[in-house]
Ligand binder design. Structure first.
Ligand SMILES: Cc1cc2nc3c(=O)[nH]c(=O)nc-3n(C[C@H](O)[C@H](O)[C@H](O)COP(=O)(O)O)c2cc1C
Ligand code: SF4
Length: 685
């Protein structure tokens, strides 16, 4: 039963000629499936509609090869041939009574056109974004007219595909209409440059063109970044709000956010829920049209407050809808405790950045809806229900136990320590990672509702205990531990001289150890842990020298849009950064490092060394079994499996996914779990 407090979230909202059944609005988000895996994309969007999102949008949708986003895999409406793929998404969304939106995008100098090799367009001559050795050329008036024609034609194709809401995209400093708005990108002297009225002209024309082309049946939405959070950018207090006011009632819907993408999809390490609210305040009073905004909203009370206080009409969400496609339905049915809250880690963004299907730490079914047939809220019953023993209650063990329990197995989840959650519980105590505890919270709550799952804490299992337990299926999820010898990507052999200085690992620091100062932190892991440990140690009064073989700190976090923030934070904390250096040995006075390019050595004085290199799976228990299959079979055990980090250490997302997959597939007949794929139909155009 729904709590009446939340009724307001389920009110319909009129958006131009269409009406959404509630206020839950999945804003555009890419997914690494797009035009390459259209059935997978359609199924994923359909599940969002099934889960109650009243509006479900595409990602950026290319309208022409004159601006294409390769190697990123986005939606595509270049011509008629692209209509059926997107029609599939519309059908999938409409099936559940939701509206489908499409974000038509032409990205100008933000897209170097690596595939089509067309010269990118821009308001004025400029190098493209990023480091491609490509320059965009200033658009002529004829180009502007051509762009308007292309946009109009794409809007018609979008209507034909079945879309209800059609976007003009001026967000993130990506869409070309946005480039026209900003003086730093627009140095034109004609009627499209100069004073603000002129810079807004193209956006105004595109809105009018779109309405003219499809406004009879489709709503016209604008995604506008009102603030860029940079010194020379648009600001909410300045031209951002002015542009909004100038166009106030022209579109049917405003979708307002900030630029660039890293400011919009900021991680929980750097901003909390509702981080865009101060920029949204007051905009609604400037228009009579509905307003949608974002801010990693997962709390129904925050959502209600935003609507009641007149900040927003529609609750926009990308990541909360990825982590829990059924978030609206859970509120509607009074099952708020069951919401799988986004942890704000941006693993989802990494899928797009690496041109692979979307993945999510909290929702292991994301991206697998079509190709593996996984549903986020249901699992089929076990083929032969029986007893399962899951050893280790980290992210993989918790998820595996949850899925096994949901499938009707009798599950014992056994954990050696008092705390549940394994590495997630430990890591969530580090600076900025508190939200990560949601991975554990969601699973413990789900397990508490499964009568067939028992949890045993402080129970370290020996091989004999496992045999005595006599479960039919044993899942070993004992995690991993950080190596103490430096082995990793850069060092293929143990670092010489390990006895010369105190040597610590992340496990030691997470257990409370404080090294003598200064400590040299060698980060050959390249994700977040090295930098959060550095933050923690600085807070404890330890001077940190951060050495990495990569050209910048935490280099993989470019994929989570965090790298520049991490580097800035470490610099602000006076952490000494030494990039492009590996280690060669340890002396009593410090650590010998060498440049990865020249091999030139240098001595770095330090009182201790913290090695963040690689992890070793905890497989001791498993080894006892793998050596004696007859013994465990005689004890009635039918299978023994490794799950998560103790199979191969990876991200928390990979551990959750591994646990989920094991829970679903451990009893599948051989060969029945292959991944579906779409093979292109060879049609020469
Ligand atoms: C994986 C991912 C892909 C995104 N792709 C797009 C996109 O294609 N177009 C767009 O306008 N915004 C895109 N965004 C930004 C979101 O629409 C949204 O504005 C932002 O993530 C903040 O909302 P949230 O906190 O609800 O995630 C993307 C965000 C994510 C996380
Ligand atoms: S990957 Fe992380 S940030 Fe993205 S939706 Fe999932 S939990 Fe949220």
């Amino acid at each position: 039963m729904r709590d009446p407090r939340y009724d307001i979230l389920f009110e319909p909202v009129q958006i131009g000629p269409v009406r959404t059944r509630n206020r839950f609005y999945q804003v555009p988000h890419c997914n690494g499936m797009g035009h390459v895996h259209p059935s997978a994309m359609a199924r994923m969007r359909g599940i969002k509609a099934e889960g109650g999102w009243g509006v479900v949008c595409t990602e950026e949708c290319e309208i022409s090869p004159l601006s294409e986003f390769s190697p990123y895999i986005e939606a595509r409406l270049w011509d008629e041939c692209d209509i059926p793929a997107l029609a599939r998404m519309c059908e999938s969304v409409h099936q559940h009574g939701s509206l489908a939106g499409v974000e038509l995008a032409f990205n100008g100098y933000s897209a170097p056109n690596r595939y089509s090799r067309e010269i990118p367009w821009a308001p004025s001559n400029t190098p493209v974004r990023g480091y491609d050795p490509v320059q965009a050329r200033a658009m002529s008036r004829a180009d502007i007219q051509q762009l308007r024609d292309l946009h109009r034609a794409a809007a018609r194709r979008a209507r034909q595909a079945g879309f209800d809401i059609i976007y003009v995209y001026a967000g993130h400093d990506l869409g070309l209409p946005f480039h026209f708005l900003t003086p730093r990108n627009n140095r034109r002297t004609d009627e499209y440059g100069g004073e603000l009225k002129n810079r807004v002209r193209l956006l105004r024309e595109l809105i009018e063109d779109t309405r003219d082309a499809v406004g009879d049946r489709c709503a016209v939405a604008v995604r506008l970044a009102v603030d860029e959070q940079v010194a020379d950018g648009l600001s909410r207090e300045g031209e951002g709000a002015e542009i909004f006011s100038m166009l106030a009632d022209l579109p049917d819907l405003w979708d307002v956010n900030v630029a660039d993408w890293s400011n919009d999809s900021v991680t929980s390490r750097f901003a909390g829920e509702g981080y865009q609210e101060s920029l949204l305040l007051g905009l609604k009073a400037l228009t009579r049209k509905p307003l949608v905004g974002v801010g990693r909203f997962t709390s129904p009370d925050t959502m209600v407050s935003l609507v009641r206080r007149g900040v927003l009409d529609l609750i926009g969400a990308a990541r909360p809808s990825i982590a829990d496609p059924f978030l609206p339905k859970k509120i509607e049915e009074g099952r708020m405790d069951e919401i799988r809250e986004c942890i704000g880690c941006n693993i989802c963004v990494s899928g797009d950045h690496t041109s692979t299907p979307l993945r999510c730490t909290q929702n292991p079914t994301m991206g697998e809806e079509w190709r593996r047939g996984w549903h986020p809220e249901s699992v089929p019953g076990a083929r032969q229900p029986g007893r399962a023993l899951v050893i280790g209650a980290g992210p993989a063990g918790l998820e595996c136990a949850r899925v096994l329990g949901a499938r009707g197995m009798d599950v014992a989840l056994v954990e050696s320590s008092r705390d549940l959650g394994g590495r997630v519980t430990l890591e969530s105590r580090l600076p900025g990672l508190a939200s990560w505890a949601r991975v554990v919270d969601y699973r413990l709550d789900a397990l508490s509702r499964l009568a067939s799952v028992d949890i045993y804490r402080e129970s370290r299992m020996t091989a004999q205990d496992v045999l005595d337990f006599a479960a039919e299926h044993v899942f070993i999820a004992t995690g991993s531990r950080w190596r103490r010898d430096g082995l990793g990507r850069a060092l293929r052999q143990a670092l010489p001289g390990l006895d010369n200085l105190p040597v610590l690992t992340p496990d030691d620091v997470m257990a409370g150890a404080i090294p003598p100062s200064p400590v040299l932190l060698f980060d050959d892991d390249h994700y977040y842990i090295g930098s959060v440990l550095a933050e923690r140690l600085v807070a404890q009064g330890v001077d940190v020298i951060f050495v990495t073989p990569a050209p910048d700190v935490a280099t993989w976090t470019h994929h989570t849009l965090e790298q520049h923030r991490i580097q800035r934070r470490l610099l602000e904390l006076n952490v000494a950064l030494i990039a492009s250096h590996s280690l060669c040995g340890i002396t009593p006075d410090g650590v010998m490092a060498a440049c990865v390019y020249t091999g030139r050595p240098r001595m770095i004085p330090a009182a201790a060394l913290l090695l963040v290199t690689s992890r070793e799976p905890e497989q001791a228990l498993y080894q006892a079994f793998s050596d004696a299959p007859q013994t465990w079979r005689a004890a009635g055990i039918r299978s023994v499996e490794l799950v998560g980090d103790c199979l191969a250490p990876g991200t928390i997302a990979a551990a959750v996914y591994g646990g989920h997959r094991m829970g679903r597939e451990f009893d599948a007949p051989a060969g029945s779990t292959t991944m579906r794929r779409e093979v292109p139909y060879l049609q020469v155009l």
